[in-house]
Design a protein around this ligand. Sequence first.
Ligand SMILES: [Zn+2]
Length: 272
Amino acid sequence: MTADQLIFLGTGGGRFSMITQKRRTGGIRLIGSSNIQIDPGPGSIAYSHQLNIDPSKVDSLLISHCHPDHDNDAEIYIEAMTNGGTKKRGTLIAPKGVIEGNDICEVRISNYHKNQLAKVIKAEIGKTIILENAKIEVVNAKHQDPDTVGYKLSLESIDLGYTSDTEYFSGLGSQFKGVDTLLVCVLRPRDVPIKGHLCTNDVIKILDEAKPKLCILTGFGIRMIYANPDREAKFIEQASKIKTIAARDNMVLKLVEYKTQDNRDSLSRFLN
Ligand SMILES: [Zn+2]
């Protein structure tokens, strides 16, 4: 089995983490059976090089919504993936707002860059996308960008969920039922809620519904950083009885260690 790994090129989220880079905003790289860059915020390409993780090896760019802390470096990744636009390759998966624009954001990726890719796939809720070595399901999120989505990724080693930026809504957690590892973007610490985002208290409700083996917190806003994400993770773990860790910039996580089912069918089940 390929050793799927998550590399946190950044764990910051929201305007003030992004402006100050108190936590980096590079998003998450998945390396192993697939090479996927998730939500490349500002600095992602630079942080990727800093860690000697070649951005030109990325096969798919997975973007959740049209805020700069999640999509700023997308065009630069496309240039890297296509050797500066000389080689048509790679897949972009992103919601309508990013690809075409919507009422609250302009189109985020130019036609020049979209034309460099082998494939551009619009992420619509309920859609299943089959990549070479992964299956991706698009799930719901409620955020300022009305087209925001979350993702469920079935990889060779495990099933992974990513909430993206969202506020809590009924059914948010149950969308991720059965995933082994759940990545949750939690902007605020406990008892400091804000519209459009999650705080610590919301994560406990999500875990009650989703019951993953591991929860990883990321996307920290400034207040969360000052509150100490490790402390918030411990609070969530005690309340939910689900192992919870706060991601750190440059953290590398081997996913196979967090597989929940011993006899999970191979990914080839749905790729064939
Ligand atoms: Zn956002």
